[in-house]
Design a protein around this ligand. Sequence first.
Ligand code: HEM
Length: 229
Amino acid sequence: MTTATAPAALRLKVPYVASTIGRKVVMAVTGLVLFGFVLVHMIGNLTLYAGPEAMDGYSRFLHTFLHGGGLWIARVVLLTCAVLHVWSAASLTLDSWAARPVGYRLWKAKDSTYASRTMRWGGVILFLFIIFHILNLTLGHFDPGYVPGDVYANVVHAFRQWPVSVFYIVAMFALGLHLDHGVWSLFHTLGFSHPRYKRWLREAARGFAILLVVGNCSFPIAVLAGWVR
Ligand code: HEM
């Protein structure tokens, strides 16, 4: 009796979200929300190719949806997901380092892909990118000609500065690697890893990653090339 109840009692001391599997589920669900945002954001940014009226009109819609409340709801949801995503990733990383049976010098990557090994530093580059991106295109730092609401012109000004464009392109490659492994991994954590669909899901994750890298890199490249002015 006691042996049967003791493990259950012990398990209750650790809430589900704090357990290893709980934190993996938190990382997967928040990753899915953030991935959805990045995809929708890129599709919205395609309005750059339709000209200033389309892009500024799209931004106006986002800022006035639900009397401005829609944007704030999205911001709170995204920030919460970003914090939980970083928390789960960092705590799982620390746990795996603490449990590593061999010293770092002896450790060799096994059963891991280039993308999975770059998840951590890729995540750090993305974090720095998001801070820079918000300061740059939402708050108008680094651009004396920034005009709130003049989104098309602000984007063109930003990408005309080639170091800014290069930084965006590097960050988009980090995003691609992160998603290539992350999207596949989240399908797996959420239980969509039946052998019959495994290859298909792997290809789908790679396809989304490539789509996002190509779409997002096209914006700075189009401005630098003078196709969008
Ligand atoms: C080259 C690719 C990108 C372009 C051209 C772009 C463009 C923009 C623009 C113009 C805004 C301001 C929108 C407005 O004020 O209406 C914005 C905001 C934002 N972008 Fe991007 N973006 C890109 C990639 C990304 C990526 C990859 C992420 C996330 C990983 C991201 C996250 C955000 C966030 C969080 C905001 C702030 C939204 C807010 O609270 O106002 N963006 N972006």
